[in-house]
Design a protein. Sequence first.
Length: 632
Amino acid sequence: MSMVSPTLELARQRQLLQLEWNHEREEFKRLTQVVGIERRVRRGDCWYPMIVGRHYYNSLNQLVLEILRTTDATASENADEALDHNFEYGRQVAFFRKSGIDDITYYDFTATVSYAEQNRMVVIMPDEGAIAAIASADAPGVQLALDETTYRLMMDALTRVANAKGNRLAELRDLFYNRGTAHKFSFDPMRFPWLNPTQEHAVNEVLWAKDVAIVHGPPGTGKTTTLVEAIYETLRRENQVLVCAQSNMAVDWISEQLMDRGVDVLRVGNPTRVNDKMLSQTYERRFEAHPDYPQLWSMRKALREVRGKRGGSDAYHQKVERLKERITELELRIHNEIFGQARVFACTLAGSASHVLDGMKFATLFIDEAAQALEAACWIAIRKANRVFFAGDHCQLPPTIKCLEALQGGLGYTLMERIVASNPQVVTLLKVQYRMNDEIMQFSSDWFYGGEVKSAPEVRHRSILDLDVPITWVDTSELADSVEEVVGDNGGRINRAEAEFTLATIEEYFNRVGRQRILDEKIDMGIISPYRAQVQLLRRMVRRSPFFKPYRHAITINTVDGFQGQERDIIVISMVRANETGQIGFLRDLRRMNVAITRARMKLIILGDTATLTRHPFYARLYRYITHLHQS
């Protein structure tokens, strides 16, 4: 393998990231100028109309405003989709007021979401004037603003990594970019009888590694279990570790698993799972719960009152300075006590740049879902660490990249993939899966994992019906009116005939299983389509169908991305594409398909036009595999 110049490679990354950033800016401009408010509300990017609630100073002394979503914003024909929204901790928001039909005026400030739930959120405001402006508007609204902060953090991280000389960051960069020797400690392996041999080996590799190790976890192989064990064991040797992931959701998931093991987790940034268990772990809640907090609160209030009187005398200035000193001293004491108790600091990769973690260094960093994180985002956190462990699966969902030019240029090539290529000796593949019937798993194992993933005995033959073949491909090319249609202004696709046939196929299967049995045994189902427009069509059809009324709570309908990390007893996939020329668009991204077909525990039903799909070798082989199962 030829040597790579990290400096040149990182400069190229910066260029590609800039392309993506520019693309996002253009998209955002288009969204705010062209797409109407009602549509933005449906997409979950906007609350309008909204109610301005109370404002106050939070425990971190930030001025915050409470915003409530009105029922009008959610009471649409598409209520299910509208109820979902994309506001979450750390995201930037912009406010506007509407005076005419299309007359929208944006305010010249942005705010940051501190906390968001279904119909209420709290945002950090720049000043009192901003709150007054919104409160006095007749019809104010709030929408997501372009998140420039994360791009700036990623750009800054790439620059610092490229310029690093003679320090730990430079050593890790050179090791990750070129085939080098990753150093190890040498002690006898530890035994973990509750793990399988590959999981046990992966934990030991983490404990031995001085620089880097990768836990490669195919679907259902217990990656999280292994990662939690590795973190738990590391904490027997180190006082504190940093645990990051690309999304807040992934951070919450690993944090909950660690808390269940009795580990003290400090959640930096606010969780998406709004429950007391997770919220009580946040820095803000811990700060408020500290016994010295009431004293601090009254001192801050006194300072605001003194400042409100605006005296000019020496005594006034001395009083202000004395109060400020005591406040700072108390804030530091509370902060240091919270940090002294925590064993795991958990945050998103971008969140690791939070001022709360300023100046902190960690011996060890764990990055979960690392195959979904842009390289630049990983470097934000790696700057704080001496050694780094990646857990993920680069054969499942890649990072989300919206700019085609950046994608083709290789922006989606992750740091985890780079290390797998340059230092394969640091990778441990988990080889036993605990989710799927063996015949559902086998195709994925052969195509993506070199046939190395095997099924645990307890799941190998799991099924819903005796003598049922666990995978079925229903060929929709026989349907007279099965054609794909392009809908919406960003090229979404639907196939109405296939959607109807999907529901008919499910009805027929439910009748075979027995409707009562599905309810009694709580059999759950996921309906997946790679196309969001088809997902929305299927949701509407299921909602209107009397047949599905008793099962609505047991059926989830979503895109492939929406099913990442999840599993169901039955999975039905509507492939949508049906055309004369064999065009399959982004169905060519086989990693997405790997996620879709590995969500099912016991039954997988694929509905697709074989004439269109099987022109691609992957789908041709999948179709042959399924046909062979039915013949044997």
